[in-house]
Design a protein around this ligand. Structure first.
Ligand SMILES: [Zn+2]
Length: 249
């Protein structure tokens, strides 16, 4: 779990290979800056309102990409400011692309994240995984080490979907509004809830227990804690009409 001792509030993880900073703005939205310590290359996850702190911190790094967990407005209110500053490729689930603000022709390059292409930044990669349900294009991003000392990583995006080393090395997962401590994100219909539950079971609860879950709002949890909470929920019959704000308890 994050150590809040003497470290600055925004820094939630510092290791040998990467640091993760969190910035809270908008509707208690979390934006994240993930930086490779060796190279200073970084990736931004989500762009809520008032991104001044995020931008100031990111200026000290070499930003390679902006990743958006999903197309809801509160995750995008700072998008124009962030892109205006860094003008880097953007990764968002194809089904949520229509939510990006601004005329399409003014957008920077869109990354193809549907195929699981890794987003590289120095020694680290973010692996996109489609987790539809909260929105059709909701995507989780899994942080791990790069598959190897690959020169291609230095230039930004690399392709590749199945390197076991990067799967094993996943330490943090950015879940947007798909998974929070205590439950899934808000669902607009029973079908959407079922879809989100499938996404969570298939792609998140299968990660190692120690994997830290960093959601789009509020505090953090782990895959192990989420799996225990979910087990109690899954042991009960699912009300076919259930949707909205659902909790595991
Ligand atoms: Zn949302």
């Amino acid at each position: 779990m994050p150590d809040r001792g003497e470290t600055p509030v925004s820094t939630i993880f510092t290791g040998e290979r990467w640091s993760i900073q969190r910035f809270v703005s908008g509707f208690a939205n979390n934006a994240f800056l993930i930086t490779c310590i060796r190279t200073g290359k970084s990736v931004i996850v989500d762009t809520p309102a008032n991104p001044d702190e995020l931008i100031a911190a990111a200026r000290a790094t070499s930003v390679g990409a902006v990743l958006i967990t999903h197309g809801h407005q509160d995750h995008l209110e700072g998008f124009a400011a962030v892109i205006g500053e860094f003008n880097v490729p953007v990764g968002i689930g194809a089904d949520d692309r229509g939510s990006l603000p601004g005329p399409v022709q003014k957008l920077p390059e869109l990354l193809d994240i549907a195929t699981g292409n890794l987003i590289g930044a120095g020694d680290i990669t973010l692996r996109p995984v489609a987790t539809p349900g909260h929105t059709p294009g909701s995507t989780c991003f899994m942080l791990g080490l790069s598959p190897g000392p690959d020169a291609a990583l230095e230039s930004g995006t690399v392709s590749g979907t199945s390197d076991p080393r990067s799967t094993n090395a996943i330490s943090h997962v950015f879940t947007g509004d798909t998974l929070f401590p205590g439950g899934p994100g808000r669902s607009g219909s029973p079908q959407a809830l079922k879809q989100m539950l499938d996404s969570i079971k298939t792609h998140i609860l299968t990660l190692p227990d120690s994997t830290v879950v960093l959601p789009g709002h509020g505090e953090f949890t782990t895959v192990g804690a989420s799996r225990r909470e979910h087990a109690a929920f899954a042991a009960r019959p699912l009300d076919p009409d259930l949707s909205g704000d659902v909790t595991w308890a």
